[in-house]
Design a protein around this ligand. Structure first.
Ligand SMILES: NC(=O)c1ccc[n+]([C@@H]2O[C@H](COP(=O)([O-])OP(=O)(O)OC[C@H]3O[C@@H](n4cnc5c(N)ncnc54)[C@H](OP(=O)(O)O)[C@@H]3O)[C@@H](O)[C@H]2O)c1
Length: 273
């Protein structure tokens, strides 16, 4: 019998995941389907019951359910329990196991380029859900020093506390303050949603060190102002779509227990822009 998968969230019609996973099924001739399923805030429990009834094999979770979904899991992978949010579920005969593939998704483009985080000086802008997965990745790869800069200081402080618990040397900064000392950083990451609506980059990149890597996790539009400004300064950039692809290929591997067809998935994703 064919397998069925979904991504749940609200809004969901803009999601690129159905395209990415369907391309993988086509490439490998798998008898599987993947749909976007809108579940509004407050309706998660009944939505999950519905998915269990149709014996869904697995699903991704996006805004606004990544944290609340934790309540409905029977089992948790370490990735999910450490980060405290779930973006991938495997349904094993009604037993739901949660994973968080954002961390591996974030790290994958760095590994692909042979960029090591170990002992590096990192600036992380933003302190939301995605930033938590990134911090877990930093801890796993033993970053040297992590500066967290966020609009709301309290959120930065809470994330710094989490980073410290995971063993990272961490400071919080105002975004403008970090921008003034930009030459200090080996890797600068934008994990805010700034850019989604074509807003100006939170960082000017004035005086940036030529060796600095600029990583934007916003994936639509592909060329955010952050990416454009970094490119103007001739910095190496990592695009948000690469992390999106990284988390999708990892989810594919959890569900299908085989290597994901990266290139076919990438082609489908880039066709979406
Ligand atoms: N590429 C991928 O695979 C991937 C994966 C996950 C997420 N993302 C993207 O990452 C972004 C963040 O996602 P999330 O789940 O972490 O969201 P979230 O939990 O809502 O966090 C949003 C973050 O953006 C900041 N922010 C929002 N608007 C801002 C503004 N106008 N000025 C300054 N800061 C602002 C928030 O700061 P405050 O604390 O001050 O509110 C917070 O740090 C989204 O664009 C999402 O699409 C990409």
């Amino acid at each position: 019998m064919g397998k069925s998968f979904a991504v749940i969230g609200d809004p969901i019609d803009h999601s690129l995941s159905p395209n990415i996973h369907s391309a993988a099924f086509r490439e490998l001739n798998l008898d599987s389907s993947y749909i976007g399923y809108r579940i509004p805030k407050g309706e998660l429990e009944s939505g999950i019951e519905g998915l269990k009834k149709i014996k869904i094999n697995g699903f991704n979770i996006t805004i606004p359910h990544k944290i609340e979904m934790m309540k409905y899991l029977d089992k948790m992978d370490e990735s999910c329990s450490i980060i405290g949010a779930v973006n991938t579920v495997l349904n094993n005969n009604g037993m739901l196991k949660g994973y968080n593939t954002d961390m591996d998704g974030f790290l994958e483009p760095l590994f692909k380029r042979n960029i090591s985080i170990k002992n590096k000086n990192i600036l992380l802008i933003g302190a939301g859900g995605a930033a938590r997965a990134i911090v877990a990745g930093m801890a796993k790869e033993k970053a040297g020093n992590l500066d967290i800069a966020n609009r709301t200081t309290l959120n930065a402080k809470n994330l710094a506390e989490f980073a410290t618990k995971l063993g990272l040397k961490t400071n919080t900064k105002k975004i403008e303050e970090a921008d003034k000392h930009i030459e200090n950083y080996d890797i600068i990451i934008n994990s805010t949603s700034i850019g989604l609506k074509n807003e100006e980059s939170p960082i000017s990149f004035e005086g940036a060190n030529q060796k600095t890597i600029a990583y934007d996790i916003v994936y639509a539009p592909m060329n955010t102002d952050f990416i454009k400004k970094a490119k103007e300064k001739k910095l190496e950039v990592i695009y948000g779509y690469e992390m999106l692809l990284g988390q999708a290929t990892r989810a594919f591997e959890i569900w299908h227990e085989m290597k994901a067809p990266y290139n076919a998935m990438k082609k489908a994703l880039l066709g979406g822009f």
